[in-house]
Ligand binder design. Structure first.
Ligand code: B1M
Length: 215
């Protein structure tokens, strides 16, 4: 297979052998971000489709995710970094009950490379931990990721908890993850939250929204 198709295939097959050599070859042709967005994420999408249609079993999905993570880690030092610093602090987490973290970690990378301090709490984080971290780090915003449909419910509960703690007006919230839709966030969740809540389709929209929030 040609290089970029082979790389995409490696994600789908969860095949780590020769990955770094292929990534280095790819880096000689395209910027790191383009490799992630156009090639590796296409592979993850196929994995999701295969799993969703019952053609791929969970352990293989996990292998693909691990290869994806290694690939992103290998590309990360090659990503463009802006000189801007001190644009603000965001606490980032995957919500309670949800283990998916590839998207969240991409958001971390993109924001960190573009002048934000990111406090990445990891996966399965209850709102109490997220809010303690936000206080401790004097965060300017909270970012929550979730890929399961049930995570959209958790997000709603989290926003209600932030309202009841009186934190809504000072903490804008950024939400993302495959189970969310723009209209659910902009219509339903905006109704619930007393502060500002926005939906990011991908990590770049997350960056644009953070820039708009901090402006
Ligand atoms: Co899971 N899984 N999974 N899984 N998994 C999904 C989400 C699913 C849609 C697959 C499917 O059925 N087609 C499905 C959810 C169905 C639903 O809820 N309706 C599903 C399921 C069912 C499950 C389990 C329940 C399976 C089981 O145990 N029977 C289980 C859940 C465990 C749990 O969470 N409690 C499970 C487990 C796993 C693995 C562990 C094997 C693995 C995760 C490994 C890991 O993350 N470390 C995994 C994977 C890899 C997937 C799919 C295939 C790929 C997810 C991914 O990494 N995509 C996924 C299929 C899919 O999403 N269609 C699936 C690439 C990533 C870059 O995209 O995270 O969407 P994403 O991030 C995007 C944007 O959404 C956005 O930016 C990124 C792009 O720039 N974004 C943000 C994300 N977060 C953001 C936050 C922001 C801003 C933007 O601001 C804060």
């Amino acid at each position: 297979l040609p290089l970029f198709e082979r790389l995409e295939r490696r994600i789908v097959d969860g095949e780590r052998g020769g990955l770094e050599e292929d990534l280095d070859a790819a880096l000689r042709e395209r910027p790191a971000l383009e490799i992630i967005n156009d090639t590796l994420l296409a592979g993850m999408k196929t994995v999701g489709d295969l799993f969703g249609s019952g053609q791929m079993q969970l352990p293989f999905v996990l292998q693909s995710a691990e290869v994806m993570k290694s690939a992103v880690a290998h590309l990360e030092p090659h990503m463009e970094k802006s000189d801007a610093a001190g644009k603000g602090t965001i606490v980032l987490a995957t919500v309670k009950g949800d283990v998916h973290d590839i998207g969240k970690n991409l958001v971390d990378i993109i924001l960190s490379n573009n002048g934000y301090s990111v406090v990445n709490l990891g996966i399965k984080q209850p709102i109490s931990t997220i809010l303690s971290a936000a206080e401790e780090h004097r965060a300017d915003a909270v970012g929550m990721s979730g890929l399961l449909v049930k995570s959209t419910v958790v997000m709603k509960e989290n926003l209600q908890e932030m309202n009841s703690r009186g934190m809504a007006t000072r903490l804008p919230v950024l939400l993302g993850g495959a189970a969310l839709t723009r209209s659910y966030v902009e219509n339903d969740l905006s109704e619930v939250y007393e502060g500002r809540v926005s939906y990011a389709r991908d990590a770049f929209e997350g960056l644009r929204l953070m820039d708009a929030t901090m402006a």
